[in-house]
Design a binder for this molecule. Sequence first.
Ligand SMILES: Nc1ncnc2c1ncn2[C@@H]1O[C@H](COP(=O)(O)OP(=O)(O)O)[C@@H](O)[C@H]1O
Ligand SMILES: [Mg+2]
Length: 435
Amino acid sequence: MATPLSDYFSEKQIISINESIAPINIWEGAVSSGKTYASLWRFHEETDIGPDGPYAIITKTYDTFKRNLMPILEDVLGRHVRYFSGKREVYFKDKLVHVIGCADERAEQKIRGTTFAGAYVDEATLIPESAFKMLQSRLRIPNAKLFCTTNPDSPYHWFRKDYLIDNPDVRSWQFLMDDNPFITKDYKDYLKRQYKGLWHRRYILGEWVQAEGAVYEFFDEKVHVIDYPRSSASYYIVGVDFGTINPCAFVLIGYNPHRSPNLWVEDEFYYNSRVKQRQKTDGELADDLQKFIEGKKIEAIYIDPSAASFKVELSRRGVDGITDANNDVNNGIGFVGMKLNEESFKICRKCTNLIKEFQSYVWDEKAAKMGVEKPKKENDHALDALRYALMTHFFGKDDIPTSPQDLERRWREAKMLGPDLPAQFQNPQGQGYQF
Ligand SMILES: Nc1ncnc2c1ncn2[C@@H]1O[C@H](COP(=O)(O)OP(=O)(O)O)[C@@H](O)[C@H]1O
Ligand SMILES: [Mg+2]
């Protein structure tokens, strides 16, 4: 006799697995609530009992598939899943499933040519709308079904407007962390501490809320500002938001992996030509930067990609470590927010412009209503410099968790490390968690 589902899944997961027979089935809600586990199991079942024909798994990139879905597939399906690295396909028993990365608008082309018998989309709000709609139109085989997971985003997001509200083809389930009995309370508490403000409402409470008000509403001078660095830096990185008419800002960030805080903004440079009523030349600002980093062990200097002439000036002078900054604004903001929530990131009191900007940087509410989420381009020069450096230097690097999925993976790995937990998993008293 087959083992009952209840031996392997939570109550909520079982309900969703049984009910997901609509043309479009959506698991939405908080992080780590069990959405991916349940939906992947259901999708695997569909490839077995559903219509014949090609099946597809769509993720943002092939790498996201390998990092986020493959471990879960191995866990859920064990030896029944096989995949050949390099080939963008996976086998459930002997059923072939294509894996398609949909990072940008061009992804639509990859889907256009095929007719699918069923598809799975992980993190649907991160897929371009054009690719998603193309996929939906390619599910032509009778009874073909679509299975999607997502965390909440803006209430004006196309995915919510077109699929989660009043769509007769859709069935959806909202998951919260408490629906997941498979993770410990410690881990739930840890996740709750990681996300504050907008991200808390979306990733923890599972709400589709608009980005409004202060971006860093949880910034708190009492918590985040220190008088002086608490240790010497192993090395420094520098962020540069270049401007001649607009303000020009540099930030100096110290890093010492063995101390707490392990990351701190030690100094800033801020020149506002409007206030000083004089513009500085590229050469003068290059002098300022050289003076700013003098005598410091600098690992890299991250400069906004548009500052071409300034970069030329710096390389002419033989300044080392000049690197183009990653200017992914929203992920960068999320990343800086997560750093603030970790106990390990601080700002020295002398960085008065940066502190002021943390308190006055706001979301663009007009744009949000049009479905575009972005901060207002005001009070952002020192913050941009900080974001360039933190994001480009640390985002996606293996030892710094970034997305909820990365955090989850780190947590799983940490369980095997025993008492020598990485800093991220130490509780505020400095003791490791008990598993
Ligand atoms: N049915 C299950 N059996 C065992 N562990 C589970 C199960 N469902 C969830 N988990 C655990 O909870 C974690 C989060 O589940 P996941 O489905 O990845 O959440 P979400 O997709 O909502 O972020 C998983 O990594 C796993 O450790
Ligand atoms: Mg998931």
